[in-house]
Design a protein around this ligand. Structure first.
Ligand code: MGD
Ligand code: MGD
Ligand code: SF4
Ligand code: MO
Length: 757
């Protein structure tokens, strides 16, 4: 049974944490008045086995937060005021539709934020919303985050979702570049309890090496820390590959017959000897060589790169090289190496004959930035709003995003938002971004909606299937987020009425079923209406999920596999179903036209002169010794934060201020700064007053300021967060800079100077 009542009239329920990629199982104790008494880790959860972090406990405060929006807001006379849902939809019909009618679909932009990927309901509803608007002015947090990895994997394997993860439970050697899973709890890598799994790795004699400008929590728990100069991983990775070839350590093992253009790699990396990159990376040549030898010597090894390697000028190239190293050492698709997860629903289906992953099929209007995965770089959003002409963005829809803080130059973006004719935000808070909206539409509490880690089973360190129904019923007039998104989609299609959402949902489901009941398909001969009836009473995304599970590799195929999985079985199994360790599946995944792994994708090869140019430029800068006063800024995460939006929860906000600038004591003392001082941090983009926190963990010359702060605006409603507002670090990031292969912003390795006030 899912919920167990006990004698003192409290019930215990098990749900998946909706906050981060770790998707931990939570155990809720709930009293007779439906109040949450306690949240703990669920020991029985097949994936997280009891692990929990403070944010999981804080889900209760998120649910109860009086500042969280519970009603739509409409701007009237300059102020955002509570309104009914029908009023809000009427306003959208009245104001958004005419903009598209008059100026065309490109006049409506859309920005998708990070939680869109965490909520299956939104993930499934957003594509129809985009289609209904018809715009190609699509932006998202992907180009502030993981797009480089997706481009690299798209080019190499044929699918941007073909991201392999370290098989941490079986590896002997884990090399982490620019990731801090002890704090982030893993990213592009669903690995709840990284700490415990890492400890076991070391207990069985394995090693962990962390490359990071800061001696992070993850580095401290590792065997070796290599403090690299920010933004230079691409050079280190090239030199590691160079060493593997130079010392005859390349050994593809089982991958030998699966790769294309391997020879090119040897030529590409030939110039990048460890000596040639040593100055730029600030890592001794001998240390680079040793690292390459250790990697090659390990029986089972995994190389993993995250934010530190991603949000840089060479994010795609660095992300590609991570996979190149895994392949050169024969560690891809091998137990203990890096492996692809095999989800029981919504997995990767490769096309017959393969498909070529392309970038730059279109270009943005103002600065001709290439389209990547149907999007333009988030750093181009402001200019597309500001610049007059055909195709100018005049209206914007934001979905679960806070680009005013998360993207470079929030001040410019904010001015641009104010210039819009209309802005609508789907969001649960009135914050730095949504304060600019004309209509704000709140989703329910995360505990009032189902949760299904749809996008993260593909990135999981172990195969499993889990689902949580809503823990509490939402208030009667609260809409689920998929309904809100669908409703807007229908308004854009000229049909503003509440019934249409369900009708079209039924119609689409039936169409989906019918594709599988035709001759030769999996449900050949079955009556589509009967299948539809078998999915009752579910509707919307939950019905789609049930269908995907039942038709997936473990599914019951509507009776053809009676022991197979259904959503009902999962609901009755709140601990989830364990589907075992990761398994070899290369042939199911690699879907390039050649059917092989493309080792040297053309766009990456063509961009390599930019890499060598940058290396030369760094060398000349260092020998000229200019800019001695300049520091380099990186970001960080804290276990009690989640990007910009959990600072309003007292449990997470308490304790030491989390938004200080961490500085190595030597850099601080050079500037007569002490711990706790206020100082000026500036560059040609702007200037911030920051609190100084001395930290021996910093690499000298590098300072560290987290993003997501800057809760300083009177017209937001974040009463707890605004007590410790902090500053917006992205005010110093350059919105004119991005990785041209992925459109991803440069958010790390930002030149700054620091002075006492
Ligand atoms: N300098 C610097 N900048 C960075 C980063 C960095 O490392 N350094 N990291 C980047 C990364 S990795 C990311 S992913 C981006 C994030 O960029 P964004 O996604 O733009 O920003 P978030 O802070 O995650 O904001 C999430 C928004 O979703 C809302 N929200 C939360 N839950 C829900 C929900 O259930 N429904 C709806 N509708 N809304 C919800 C929140 O109120 C908030 O407004 O930031 C990037 N910015
Ligand atoms: N507690 C918490 N957890 C989170 C989040 C959060 O805000 N708080 N955000 C979530 C999101 S959206 C994401 S994308 C993930 C991110 O997950 P991670 O990437 O694991 O998280 P970060 O802490 O950003 O780690 C990036 C590391 O890169 C280092 N770094 C910076 N520049 C460089 C460089 O040039 N080279 C190298 N090698 N290292 C560098 C930084 O010092 C930092 O330790 O975390 C997720 N989990
Ligand atoms: S690690 Fe992530 S999923 Fe797990 S409890 Fe913390 S916030 Fe939730
Ligand atoms: Mo992210």
């Amino acid at each position: 049974m899912q919920d167990t009542p006990s004698i003192n009239k409290t019930r215990t329920a098990y749900r998946i944490c909706p906050v981060c990629e770790a998707t931990c199982g939570l155990r809720f104790d709930i009293d007779a008045d439906d109040k949450i008494v306690a949240i703990r880790g669920n020991d029985g959860d097949v994936l997280s086995q009891g692990y929990i972090c403070p944010k999981g406990v804080a889900v209760r405060e998120l649910h109860e937060d009086p500042d969280r929006l519970r009603q739509p807001l409409i701007r009237r006379g300059g102020n955002l005021e509570p309104a009914s849902w029908e009023e809000a939809f009427a306003e959208i019909e009245k104001r958004l539709l005419p903009i598209r009618e008059e100026f065309g679909p490109q006049a409506v932009g859309i920005y998708l934020g990070n939680p869109t990927a965490h909520k299956a309901g939104l993930s499934l509803a957003v594509p129809a919303l985009i289609r209904s608007i018809g715009t190609s002015n699509i932006f998202s947090a992907s180009t502030l985050d993981q797009m480089p990895k997706q481009v690299a994997c798209g080019l190499m394997y044929g699918h941007p979702g073909a991201i392999a993860v370290p098989d941490i439970d079986r590896t002997d050697f884990l090399l982490i570049l620019g990731g801090n899973p002890m704090v982030s709890n893993g990213s592009l890598w669903t690995v709840p309890d990284y700490r415990g799994r890492a400890r076991k790795l070391r207990d069985r004699g394995g090693r962990i090496i962390v490359v990071d400008p800061k001696r992070t929590e993850t580095a401290k728990q590792a065997d070796q820390h290599i403090p690299i100069s920010p933004g230079t991983d691409v050079f280190l990775l090239l030199a590691l590959a160079n060493t593997l070839f130079a010392e005859n350590l390349v050994n593809l093992k089982h991958l030998e017959s699966h790769v294309e253009n391997l020879e090119q790699i040897e030529d590409i990396v030939a110039p990048y000897t460890p000596e040639s990159v040593s100055t730029a990376t600030d890592i001794a040549a001998i240390e680079i060589r040793q690292l390459a030898r250790d990697l090659a010597a390990a029986d089972k090894a995994a190389v993993y790169g995250r934010i530190g390697t991603s949000v840089t000028e060479f994010g795609t190239t660095a992300s590609w090289l991570v996979d190149v190293l895994n392949i050169l050492t024969g560690n891809l698709d091998r137990p203990g190496g890096v492996m692809w997860a095999s989800p029981a629903a919504f997995g990767i289906t490769k096309r017959r004959g393969g498909s070529k992953f392309r970038i730059g099929r279109r270009h943005s209007r103002v600065s001709h930035a290439p389209e990547v995965m149907g999007e333009y770089p988030a750093v181009c959003l402001a200019e597309e709003i500001e610049t007059p002409g055909e195709g100018q963005i005049r209206a914007l829809v934001t979905v679960a995003g806070n680009p005013a803080l998360s993207a470079p130059n929030g001040a410019r973006l904010s001015r641009a938002f104010d210039q819009l004719d209309f802005m609508v935000s789907l969001d649960i808070y009135l914050n730095e971004t949504t304060r600019h909206a004309d209509v704000v539409l709140p989703g329910a509490s995360p505990l009032e909606e189902f949760h299904f880690p749809m996008n993260f089973q593909r990135l999981s360190a172990r195969n499993s299937l889990r689902f949580s129904p809503a823990l509490f019923s939402p208030s009667e007039d609260q809409l689920e987020e998929w309904e809100i998104a669908s409703r807007i989609a229908h308004i854009m299609a000229g049909q503003n009425n509440s019934e249409i959402v369900q009708q079209v949902d039924d119609k689409n489901m039936l169409k989906r079923i019918e594709t599988l009941t035709v001759p030769g398909a999996a449900l050949e001969g079955k009556d589509p209406q009967k299948i539809l009836a078998a999915l009752e009473p579910r509707h919307g995304p939950e019905r789609q999920i049930d269908f995907a599970i039942r038709m997936g590799p473990e599914g019951d195929k509507f009776g053809l596999e009676p022991d197979g999985l259904t959503l009902d079985k999962l609901v009755n199994n709140p601990n989830g179903v364990d589907l075992g360790a990761l398994r070899e599946c290369l042939e199911e995944i690699v879907g390039t036209p050649s059917g092989k792994i493309e080792m040297a994708p053309e766009p990456i090869v063509q961009d390599l002169p930019r890499v060598s140019g940058a290396l030369e430029e760094i060398a000349s800068r260092v020998s000229g010794d200019s800019g001695a006063a300049t520091l380099t800024m990186i970001g960080r995460r804290n276990v009690r934060t989640n990007n910009s939006w959990m600072h309003n929860l007292p449990l997470l906000a308490k304790g030491k201020f989390k938004g200080a600038l961490q500085v190595h004591p030597s850099d601080a003392h050079n500037r007569t700064l002490e711990d706790g001082d206020i100082a000026r941090l500036s560059n040609d983009r702007g200037s911030l007053e920051v609190v100084i926190e001395l930290s021996e963990d910093m690499k000298p010359g590098v300072v560290c300021l987290p993003h997501g702060f800057g809760h300083v605006f009177d017209d937001t409603n974040l009463r707890v967060a605004s007590n410790q507002p902090g500053v917006n670090s992205n005010q110093l990031a350059d919105d004119g800079k991005y990785d041209p292969l992925s459109g991803t912003a440069v958010l790390n390795g930002i030149p700054v100077s620091l002075a006492a006030l």
